[in-house]
Write a protein that binds this ligand. Structure first.
Ligand code: B4P
Length: 192
C-alpha cells in the first residue's frame, strides 16, 4: 500500500496537490479539513464544536480528528493507499496514524513537506478567501494565527518523520505542475 502524508503550513498547496495525486495514483484522499467542513455543513454536534475552533485558526482536539481518520480507514479497507492531507498536525496524531495504518498495512510510506514563506501563504489564502466562502481565509490576523499554530504545534511533526527517515522537504513556491512533478518523483521511489 502507498500511504502518503502531504504536509505543510495552511495554504502551502496540500489540497491542490492532493487532487492531482489521487488522479495519478488512484489513492483515497483523506483531508481532515474537508471531513470537518462536511460535519459543519451537516450541522452535527462535532461540526458545531469544530467550527468555533476552525474560525479562530485553532486546531480541533486530537481525539476528534483521530476518530474521523480511524473510521475512514475502516470504511476503505480495499483501497490501494491513502493521501493524508492536513493530518497529522500534532505528534500524538502522527503516533496514532502509525498505529492505525499498521493495523492494515506497513504504515506510512513517506511524508512530503511543502515549504512556503509566510507572506506567500497569506497572499494565497486571502486570494482563495475571495471565492471559497471559508471564514478562516478571510481575515489576515486569523490567517497569521494559523501560521503561528503551525509553527508552534505542527512543525515538530516533520522531525517525527525525519527520525523514521521518511521526511522529504520541497520548495512549495513555483508552478503547480512543476511542484507536482517533484512530488511524483518522490512518490515513485516509495511505490510498493
Ligand atoms: P485545512 O483544510 O487542512 O486547510 P489549509 O491548511 O488552509 O490548506 P489547504 O490544503 O486547504 O490549502 P492549499 O494549500 O491547497 O485546515 C483547515 C482547518 O481545519 C485548520 O486550521 C484546523 O482548524 C482544522 N484542522 C484540519 N485538520 C486538522 C487536524 N489534523 N488537527 C486539528 N485541526 C485540524 O491551497 C491554498 C491556496 O493556494 C489555493 O487557493 C491554491 O489555489 C493556492 N496554491 C496552491 N499551490 C499554489 C502554487 N504552487 N502557487 C500559487 N498558488 C498556489
Amino acid at each position: 500500500m502507498l500511504n502518503i502524508v502531504l504536509f505543510g503550513p495552511p495554504g502551502a498547496g496540500k489540497g491542490t496537490q492532493s487532487q492531482k495525486l489521487i488522479a495519478r495514483y488512484n489513492l483515497v484522499h483523506l483531508s481532515t479539513g474537508d471531513l470537518l467542513r462536511s460535519q459543519i455543513t451537516q450541522g452535527t454536534e462535532l461540526g458545531l464544536r469544530a467550527k468555533k475552533l476552525m474560525d479562530e485558526g485553532l486546531l480541533v482536539p486530537d481525539e476528534v480528528v483521530i476518530g474521523m481518520i480511524e473510521s475512514q480507514l475502516a470504511n476503505n479497507t480495499t483501497a490501494a493507499g491513502f493521501i493524508f492531507d492536513g493530518f497529522p498536525r500534532t505528534v500524538p496524531q502522527a503516533q496514532s496514524l502509525d498505529a492505525l495504518t499498521q493495523r492494515y498495512d506497513t504504515g506510512v510510506s513517506c511524508m512530503i513537506a511543502l515549504e512556503v514563506a509566510e507572506e506567500e501563504l497569506v497572499k494565497r489564502l486571502l486570494e482563495r478567501g475571495k471565492t471559497s466562502g471559508r471564514p478562516d481565509d478571510q481575515d489576515e490576523t486569523k490567517i497569521r494565527k494559523r501560521v503561528t499554530v503551525y509553527n508552534t504545534e505542527t512543525a515538530q511533526v516533520a522531525s517525527y518523520y525525519a527520525q523514521q527517515s521518511k521526511f522529504h522537504g520541497l520548495n512549495g513556491i513555483g508552478a503547480i505542475d512543476d511542484i507536482f512533478g517533484q512530488i511524483c518523483a518522490i512518490v515513485d521511489q516509495h511505490q510498493p
